[in-house]
Design a protein around this ligand. Sequence first.
Ligand code: CAA
Length: 391
Amino acid sequence: MTTVGIDLISFYTPQYFLDLKTLAEKRGVDFNKFYTGLGQEKMAIPPPDEDIVTMAASAARPILDQTDPSEIELLLFGTESGVDQSKAAAMFAHGLLKLPTRCRGFEVKEACYAGTAALQLAIPWALRNPGKKALILASDIARYDLNSPGEPTQGAGAIAMLVGVNPRIMAIEPESGLYASDVMDFWRPNYRDEAVVDGKYSMRVYIAALEEAWRQYHALSGRGLADMARFCYHLPFTKMAEKAHVRLAKTAGVANLSPEDMEHQMGESLHYNRITGNTYAASLYEGLCSLLDNCTKDLAGKRVALFSYGSGCMGEFFSGILQADYRKHLYSAAHKNLLDNRTELTYQQYEDVFQLGCPTDGGDHTFAQYRTGVYRMKGISQHKRLYEALT
Ligand code: CAA
């Protein structure tokens, strides 16, 4: 039987971070509120010459280094942090990655669900185009107002996934539980750089979406919790996923999960988010990378449950089967190297970067060079973003 799903998956996050102990001290709160209460320790901060396009291209580079670009005929870019009202971030990335002109590219939006929307769009396309590949990019910068409850959950990062038939990493199964509802839990009007959020309400809607999506998935597939080897959740902050998992277990009839059960079922998927913060559209797949990179057990042939949530809102519960030899095709060493070699910012440096903003006068602006991935934004001229490759 032909399988379809994630053939390769690569993660990128900026090379600067703020420790939430630094933020807690400045805001006059106990750092345990962030470290334990939210389950977050660090948040990634993109330097002024990095944006969703450069992050996504940097995530994709290792995949392109081992893929014939002419195979890629679909390029989907999921993001909440679009850089242009008209031109898709996919087209900027298409240029940076030197993809062929025979390619269909566009941007996909539904808050943090956009990466999953792109993946699920690519699956029937890949089945219809078995010799071809889709490249899915999901990239976001999570920004809330300074000194707001959402501030410690900020972050940044990108995922690139190659999707095709007979995938090397994970075959996506056909059953999905879906939950769509028109709600205002988190949103970002076009005139704002920072999200507006009704935090506690957003947590309740996340849980409601999970419960309904799970019920549908269970009814369609006949599977229960015991059929899942691991669980990956959308990760606005890691404690949210832990709360979600406890609720899911109750809904599925498991009254008490021990701390050991929790750690076993989802612990490995939380490591990266805890030290990058929310990566919105990328976060579920950042969690998947974290699981695959950090799980010492070979999970080949095992099922991983995936719950995607985008405010506004859209939830989806689905699953995938890890493929034989999937561990040979991971970028675990590159991810470790990236995360272990970041530069810590002071509070003032964080606030300076936060306040910088992007020039909007249409003049010529050249950006100083910071530590970035292999792509950077070198400036803006005549309202055009100018990118460059560093290698
Ligand atoms: N030591 C240990 N824990 C502490 C503590 C301390 N000293 N002080 C507080 N805590 C605990 C609290 O008890 C609480 O835990 P519980 O929820 O388990 O009770 C936790 O720390 C957080 O404290 P508060 O509830 O008081 O925090 P808050 O109200 O200031 O902010 C928040 C929390 C509402 C989630 C806020 O961070 C926020 O608005 N975040 C952005 C929105 C968000 O992420 N929503 C998630 C669902 S929506 C979604 O998933 C889409 C998306 O990506 C945005």
